[in-house]
Design a protein around this ligand. Structure first.
Ligand code: IPE
Ligand code: IPE
Ligand code: MG
Length: 218
């Protein structure tokens, strides 16, 4: 069984760069190219929803130069590669508080959504300025208890079947707290910039052997 929805915490960019005596942003550049590959590999395998954790609301604690580079890389990738996404018939969707970004970054994000809005293939959720707790709070306030899930960023989407976290940490760091109630977790020490097609294959293979019960018996 292939996951219908795959979510990934792409962690380890900074350590990858530091291990090579490079500035941390070099890890983010390499990490962005790996994210592009993973989109392709996931699409090839028929995964219908792919969610990539790119920037958390807690990541604002980092030095301003690193933050600036992360958004520079995001804007550059979106501007240069959006045609490749359209060719694949994939739809980009941002989850997170996009309105709090710089106007330039926000416009590039919104424009990427618009340009891919007619695409009917894979859905790519990019989590940018994302907080799971904030998402729940916001949906609870707006929904007043009615149709709660349709007020989440992931409205209308199935919950993730599999979460992969690279970089060795075994935690979810405020990612998709509501949606992960029954998600299978896969942790690997591989740093995100080193994540290969074979690493993805291993995670998917591991997932295919899990027995999911959702509270029932079998
Ligand atoms: C993940 O890699 C990317 C972001 C959080 C933006 P890190 O930058 O957290 O890399 P490490 O964990 O410090 O190695
Ligand atoms: C999680 O990684 C966020 C992203 C990958 C964007 P962090 O590096 O921010 O997580 P912590 O601080 O180790 O929990
Ligand atoms: Mg990290």
């Amino acid at each position: 069984m292939i996951p219908l929805h795959l979510a990934i915490i792409m962690d380890g960019n900074g350590r990858w760069a530091t291990n090579r005596n490079l500035p941390r942003y070099e890890g983010h550049w390499k990490g962005a190219s790996v994210a592009e590959n993973v989109i392709e590999w996931s699409n090839d395998r028929g995964i219908k929803y792919l969610t990539l954790f790119s920037f958390s609301t807690e990541n604002w604690k980092r030095p301003p130069e690193e933050i600036k580079m992360i958004f520079h890389i995001l804007v550059k990738y979106l501007s240069d590669r959006i045609n490749k996404v359209i060719e694949k018939n994939a739809r980009l969707h941002f989850i997170g508080d996009i309105d709090a970004l710089s106007p330039e970054t926000r416009d590039v994000c919104l424009n990427s959504e618009l340009l891919t809005s007619k695409c009917t293939g894979m859905v790519i959720n990019l989590a940018v300025n994302y907080s799971g707790r904030y998402e729940i709070l916001k949906a609870a306030k707006e929904s007043k208890g009615e149709n709660f899930e349709s007020y989440l960023y992931t409205a209308g989407q199935p919950d993730p079947d599999l979460l992969i976290r690279t970089g060795g940490e075994k935690r979810i760091s405020n990612f998709m707290l509501w949606q992960m109630a029954y998600t299978e977790f896969y942790f690997t020490d591989v740093l995100w910039p080193d994540f290969s097609e074979n690493d993805l294959e291993m995670a998917l293979d591991d997932f295919s052997k899990r027995q999911r019960r959702f509270g029932g018996i079998q």
